[in-house]
Design a protein around this ligand. Sequence first.
Ligand SMILES: *Cc1c(COP(=O)(O)O)cnc(C)c1O
Length: 373
Amino acid sequence: MIQSVNSIPAFDNRQQYTTIAAEVSAVVLEILASGRYIGGAVVENFEQQFAAYHHVSNCIACNSGTDALYLALRAFDIGAGDEVITTPFTFIATAEVISAVGAKPVFVDIDATTFNLDVQQVAAAITPQTKAIIPVHLFGQPVDMTSLMAVAIAHNLIVIEDCAQSTGAKWQGERVGSIGHIGCFSFYPTKNLGGCGDGGAITTNNSEIAAKLRVLKEHGQTTRYIHAEIGVNSRLDAIQAAILTIKLQHLDSWNEKRQAIASRYHEFLSAISGITIPQELSGGEGVWNQYTIRVLDERRDWLRNQLQERGINTMVYYPRPLHLQPVYESLGYQVGQLPISEQGANEVLSLPMFPELSEEQQQQVIYSLKDCF
Ligand SMILES: *Cc1c(COP(=O)(O)O)cnc(C)c1O
């Protein structure tokens, strides 16, 4: 797509990089010269800092958010014959890992105002096979973890938080990823704490699970070249760990910028009829990985094109809910079965959102949006 000079991207991390470029270059060059590219003190230091940031006792770095979720399920011995409840309104990775360990994803519809798993409906989906719930803090907005944990504890279920889009978010003052049994994070470049490549991490206060994760992520190796179970190779590179350590120092201030941008969107867009703006739950402090509006009356694609013509780039997360994906046809879900997710897929539009989005750029987005209606 050709973009005009004044076009506004949906996401841009180049400007952010310039603010830390000197520091990043120095550590990257140091690591290159050191010859120590895998593991070592740099990775351990990042793990300690990430754990401290979340007030948890263990952080295990790994290769991606997808691996973090996969390893979490493996560590709790979830597999064939087990069911895991999750949302259909998320990135495929959330459900893909459930299938990858041999378990069955069970999709429960979302709440219309938050786009997150409808906790009221979770209890009704529990069967004797249910072992775990994977809530996703979608778009940076925390799930009501108080209600969700109550359901999980009552039914003795494991809660695996998918925090890929919500690093730094809080529910009732506690960081997501520290409330359930285990938290899974992605450092994919578009996430709130994004690396310069792939990366992920797992947080938990359960030291036994942490020890299992360290074995699983290194080929099931208990002592060198002794393998107790089938594992994977999932490591965070030293270079990524060093970059993420620098970026972690800035995460709160970058998230505050996202919150300020979200407040301005709220302020200027709330009066437009034809769209609804995202709502926050009281008790939650979201970090706005995305600012996602709903466009009513089947005008989403029309609006997206109109904005594109005005140089405003937007995204659709996600155009098809997971229960209607070809890969999950065998699960037998029908169109209309999870109506709120299906409606969401037809109405959502994510506006430009990144900490460096300037007020002028944002005014251009707001002006263009108003101009379309
Ligand atoms: C990005 C993402 C993942 C996967 O993370 P990767 O690091 O890309 O593997 C999982 N769940 C959600 C909700 C995501 O947004």
